[in-house]
Design a protein around this ligand. Structure first.
Ligand code: FAD
Length: 420
């Protein structure tokens, strides 16, 4: 059994890892802290990758979460370009791709997630097929995007839709194909999807919903030159971007015998970010946890990576603070800012509240008459009101909320005292 005096080793050097290290040092942690990351880049923010960084509107040095000198100043050992290949729980050490090992007193899995690949059988391994996850992905993609004329997006989730908006902004012809009956099927209701659909149609995106890709078609040079769709039609493209969801990087945990989830995976943790091994915690995209009493889930968001890492740090500092957040998320597409607060799963009713300008507004989700989430489309007042109600554990009065003549500040709310 490792002693409390041994160091803390974090696998991954992304948003969750950085927040964890920072919170530990702020909390007075004096033990050695090591972050080990596969990527050669220091911890950076991913959201701009499918937005301003992809469009060329943000320089690379604005992606870094901390200046280079911060790590030495805070005695954080940053080991980059090295993969952890195994966790040896018996010896309390991790095995590295460079042949080394690192002993740990406590270990944190902050390995994030990766894009679900388009199978090779469907042409996913052709040249000219891109995913959006890391800086290197974007640098490769942006170079080809500059000269591309027609872009095919596979997947109508946030990343695909954001990339479509960037590509249209660069003047490319854009087709977006979504196999599910509609875009945003996994994350938003049909009212929100309808507003986002209208936005993309108004910007000239050729949006095809309920239509999967049968396979990508190679051109004379062997690179992807388009796709044959499920209905037999073909779409020509000189660049393909695949955004069909994420999978947790939980292979290390699985091999080490830790309990993990099915589907898109994830390492099972309790409200204090502990796995079943008392010396191993997990936080961020990779963690699978029960947030609202309705079953385990993973959240892929900056809010989750940061807040869960803070909860994990509290556990390591010996001050247990259960992770019970009001989740929030955002997406930028064209000049529309979508802001989401709460979790809409299990919602049985939605309400659309039009905004002050066309194309703006908010969609409110209720479960058993209880307010659980809001999607605000270029409507920051709705987002702020909804987030506040969720934090205060109250539900706005439906009749007042439904009436656009009633100002949000005037909408009354009732306490919610039943568990979600
Ligand atoms: P990551 O930041 O992915 O860090 C994990 C790191 O661990 C990676 O660098 C990985 O290489 C490394 N790693 C994995 N396995 C190993 C190993 N065995 N050994 C060593 N290192 C390993 N969220 C929002 O809230 N709003 C947004 O608008 C938004 N936009 C996004 C746009 C894009 C393009 C992407 C990709 C994500 C976006 N997100 C957004 C999600 C958000 O960025 C992630 O949820 C967040 O980065 C997760 O942090 P993390 O630390 O869990 O994982």
């Amino acid at each position: 059994m490792a002693t409390r005096r041994s160091g803390i080793v974090v696998i991954g050097a992304g948003q969750a890892a950085l927040t964890l290290a920072e919170t530990l040092r702020r909390g007075g942690e004096t033990r050695p802290i090591t972050l080990i990351g596969t990527e050669v880049h220091p911890p950076y923010q991913r959201p701009p990758l499918s937005k301003a960084y992809l469009s060329g509107g943000m320089p690379r040095d604005r992606l870094w979460l901390k200046p280079p000198e911060w790590y030495a100043e805070h005695e954080i050992d940053l080991v980059l370009g090295v993969e952890v290949t195994a966790i040896d729980r018996r010896r309390s050490q991790v095995v590295l791709s460079d042949g080394g090992v690192r002993a740990y007193g406590q270990l944190v899995l902050a390995t994030g997630s990766r894009p679900r690949p388009l199978p090779a059988a469907a042409g996913g391994d052709l040249a000219g097929v891109h995913v959006i996850r890391g800086i290197d992905d974007i640098d490769r993609l942006a170079a080809q995007l500059a000269s591309a004329r027609a872009v095919l997006l596979i997947g109508g989730g946030y990343i695909g839709l954001e990339a479509a908006a960037v590509a249209r902004g660069l003047g490319k012809s854009v087709t977006l194909v979504e196999a599910a009956p509609r875009i945003l099927a996994r994350v938003a209701c049909d009212r929100t999807a309808a507003m986002v659909r209208d936005l993309h149609l108004s910007h000239g995106v050729d949006l095809r919903e309920g239509l999967g890709v049968a396979r990508l078609v190679p051109g004379a040079d062997g690179a992807a030159a388009g796709a044959r769709l499920a209905d037999g039609t073909e779409v020509a493209a000189d660049l393909v971007i695949v955004g069909i969801g994420g999978i947790a990087n939980d292979a290390l945990a699985r091999s080490a015998g830790l309990r993990c989830g099915d589907g898109s995976g994830g390492v099972c943790v309790d409200a204090f970010c502990r796995t079943e091994d008392p010396d191993i915690l997990a936080a961020g995209d990779v963690a699978l946890f029960d947030i609202d009493g309705s079953g385990s889930m993973r959240l892929e968001s900056v809010q989750n990576a940061c807040d869960q890492a803070r909860a994990a740090a509290a556990t390591l500092l010996g001050r247990e603070e259960a992770y019970a957040p009001v989740p929030w998320f955002w997406s930028d597409q064209y000049d529309m800012k979508l802001q989401i607060a709460g979790l809409n799963r299990g919602a049985d009713r939605t309400l659309l509240r039009p905004g002050r300008r066309p194309g703006t507004g908010s969609v409110w989700y209720f479960r058993a008459s209880r307010f659980v989430a809001v999607d605000a489309l270029s409507d920051p007042r709705a987002y702020m009101a909804g987030k506040r109600w969720l934090e205060e554990r109250v539900s706005p009065r439906l009749d007042q909320l439904a009436d656009p003549a009633v100002d949000l500040k005037e909408v009354a709310s009732d306490p919610v005292d039943v568990p979600a």
